[in-house]
Write a protein that binds this ligand. Sequence first.
Ligand code: FAD
Length: 419
Amino acid sequence: MGEIKRKGNSTLKGRSHRVAIIGAGVVGCLVAYGLQECPDVEVICIDKGPPKNELAGTGLNVGPNSLKILRQFSPELADSLQSPGVSLPWESWVAGLTDGTVIFDLPLSQVAENAGIRIRWAELYRQLRQPLGDRIRYNTIALSMGYRDSDRLYLEIENQETGIREAFEDIDLIVGCDGRYSQVRSSFFGGSPTPEHLGVCLYRLLVPQKEGLIEDYQQWFYNGSRLLTFAIPGDEVYVAGSFPLDASLEIRDNQKTVEYLRQCYTPPQGLSPVCQFLVDAVCEHIEEIHWARVQDILIVFGDEGGRVLCLGDASHAMYPTLGQGASQAFEDGCYVGALLRQALQESLVDFPALVARVEQMRRDRITFVRQFSREASDSLLAGSHPAAELQAKTQPAFLAKLRRLYQDTPLLAEALTLG
Ligand SMILES: Cc1cc2nc3c(=O)[nH]c(=O)nc-3n(C[C@H](O)[C@H](O)[C@H](O)COP(=O)(O)OP(=O)(O)OC[C@H]3O[C@@H](n4cnc5c(N)ncnc54)[C@H](O)[C@@H]3O)c2cc1C
């Protein structure tokens, strides 16, 4: 074992505060970005993965709500994410049946003030991480963390490549941005959360585009099975397929087969050309599929001591039906990044009060989005009737909720002045 470098109060080098960010994904990068302009703060930002996240080899759609708050937080980051070649605009949402019948056809401008984006995962991470340069310690894990006393935390980290360990004392705040299987959450909130399974298998992959066949966001259903797709830059197509499961059971091996998948999506009258392409592409790439069960967890923000804050998936991993996981990580990150930036420009910060304020600002919004994502999952379940359920989504009640989802992000200037 190598030497451990210990950093206590004396190593703060005239700085007033020390903040640790565990996980440099969507929300971790945004919080770290907000703290860049705080010279009085030492930020320790670690990620267990390498700088280039090869695992993030699929695509995602980032909601209009994310872009709305990001533009207030950092116009430069919003510009770079929306630049040509980096992403494509998400401007419409079409849904129907796998035979090609369209039931729901919504220009997003009817429910949102601005477009969202469609982007490759690795590109999103690259855009968010690049401005932070070497401020992120990659390949680094937390060996231990906890309270030294009621207002001071410690953290010991290890670089997995070099074996070098560093121990930090006198940490004011630990921000858990380490995703769905958060170590911060299990360390400070009584162990790993028990997931609630929806009873749906979900898999995602990228396949080559076929002569512009797929463009903007679309979803195609047969009984409870769904194919979701959209094009991303680089002539690639993102496909997220799902089929119903018994919520209490694992995905069976005979469900991970070409035969099973084809029968999930194929109606007696046959597949539309788009769905035929999607099913063929999925079957061709079946060996590359990572199979997952859709689940969500209970929401937590601040711990009892008031100096640990979970954000993004660590706080509220949710059903992905409305594509809001990353989008809510954006909302959390922009709000908390701006709040910390503002608070830490003062010398005396009441961290427990700040953590309580984040919870007060974010809990209702996250509760709404989590509940709406659950409701919208009706057409993914066994025994569902997608034609009727999609029809209901064309009605004013659903559209009003979509408006709330895409437009009611915190307005940063207002949120920061509310005491
Ligand atoms: C394939 C796929 C497609 C998705 N599609 C969409 C979509 O279309 N729209 C959408 O809104 N959401 C989507 N989601 C959900 C979205 O990925 C998450 O909700 C979002 O990434 C959450 O952001 P986060 O910053 O909380 O966590 P993440 O982005 O997961 O980042 C967590 C970071 O923490 C690091 N980390 C984890 N554990 C530790 C540890 N112990 N120590 C140090 N570092 C650690 C990880 O390496 C990672 O970099 C998708 C998810 C997947 C997997």
